[in-house]
Design a protein around this ligand. Structure first.
Ligand SMILES: Nc1nc2c(ncn2[C@@H]2O[C@H](COP(=O)(O)OP(=O)(O)OP(=O)(O)O)[C@@H](O)[C@H]2O)c(=O)[nH]1
Ligand SMILES: [Mg+2]
Length: 294
């Protein structure tokens, strides 16, 4: 008897910052493996999410939002996003209600260069009337020769089953790249530092989230799990804001991050946070590497 065919492939999700790429991937996987916030430029690395069923494996690549900036960190982020395109079987070009043909072209241009099969996915359709969504999709769809285009809502789940069916239809026959019970290749240490960074993004404003990098200095796995993490900022003034009056802000970051990490590891943990000033780390390629952006 010949074995049943197996289909697999890589699907990258690219788009402007904040269009909902990470929310979409978390929705598909049914679990939060990529942090999401209301602020742009939340995701800084390529985050891999693996979707399985008995005859298919889809490896999604969540990526940093595509935007132009000269800062070393932003160049790193752009490179992480763009480099996923050549590995992908399909590129999902994601847009939201703020995209115009001009902004979309900046993203689609990278797909065009790589000559990749590409879908246009207009997210946040819950924020638009049906007629506006149709008109927008039609206008954005003229930017590139997309093989498929659709509207979805990643928060409500609208349109996602149809999109998944279209992806599956176009996957080549191929191997199971990752074990069936694996959902991501991100180590627990990485997910923990991202969850801490997510709380900084949510609780602090202006330039602070963009001046923060989190480093796990100790991760003791034996119970009780102990995690010691340094939150790096670029200036003394940022350190003062991050700690907050009477240490209240740092405590709140710790409380919220600890809850999320406990949900993830399924047991009580001890989380120790402290703040370090690493001057201009986001502009300095060596500091970037030291802080895990390599
Ligand atoms: N109303 C609505 N909001 C959404 C939807 N999808 C995502 N969002 C919100 O949009 C914001 C950005 O979502 P993210 O998933 O972090 O966006 P992203 O594209 O990963 O952003 P970067 O990592 O910064 O590039 C969050 O506040 C989400 O809750 C949607 O379908 N509808
Ligand atoms: Mg993201």
């Amino acid at each position: 008897m010949t074995p049943a065919a197996f289909f697999s492939g890589y699907v990258t999700i690219i788009g402007r910052p904040n269009v909902g790429k990470s929310t979409f991937m978390n929705h598909i996987l049914g679990t939060k493996i990529s942090i999401t916030t209301a602020k742009p430029q939340t995701t800084r690395d390529r985050i891999l999410g693996i979707w399985n069923d008995p005859d298919t494996q889809i490896v999604f690549l969540d990526t940093p939002g595509i935007h132009a900036s000269d800062k070393a960190l932003n160049r790193y982020m752009l490179d992480k996003a763009v480099s996923t395109i050549s590995d992908a079987d399909i590129a999902l070009v994601m847009a939201d209600h703020l995209d115009t043909p001009e902004t979309l072209l900046q993203v689609a241009g990278f797909v065009q260069k790589a000559r990749k099969e590409s879908f246009l996915v207009l997210n946040k359709v819950d924020l638009m009337s049906e007629s506006v969504a149709c008109e927008r999709l039609e206008r954005l769809g003229r930017v590139y020769d997309f093989t498929y285009q659709c509207t979805i809502s990643s928060t409500l789940g609208t349109g996602i089953d149809d999109l998944m069916a279209q992806i599956r239809k176009r996957l080549p026959e191929g191997p199971r790249y990752f074990p069936e019970d694996m959902i991501t290749d991100s180590p627990m240490r990485f997910i923990c530092k991202e969850l801490i960074r997510e709380k900084v993004f949510t609780l602090l404003q202006k330039e602070i989230p963009y001046a923060v990098a989190v480093e796990i200095e100790e991760y003791r796995e034996e119970a009780p799990v102990l995690i010691r993490a340094a939150i790096h900022v670029e200036k003394d003034s940022q350190k003062r804001i991050l700690i907050g009056s009477g240490g209240r802000m740092l405590k709140e970051i710790g409380t919220q991050a600890r809850r999320d990490i406990e949900d993830l590891v399924g047991e009580r943990i001890f989380l120790e946070l402290f703040v370090k000033v690493t001057r201009d780390w986001s502009k300095n390629p060596k500091s970037l590497k030291d802080l895990g952006y390599k």
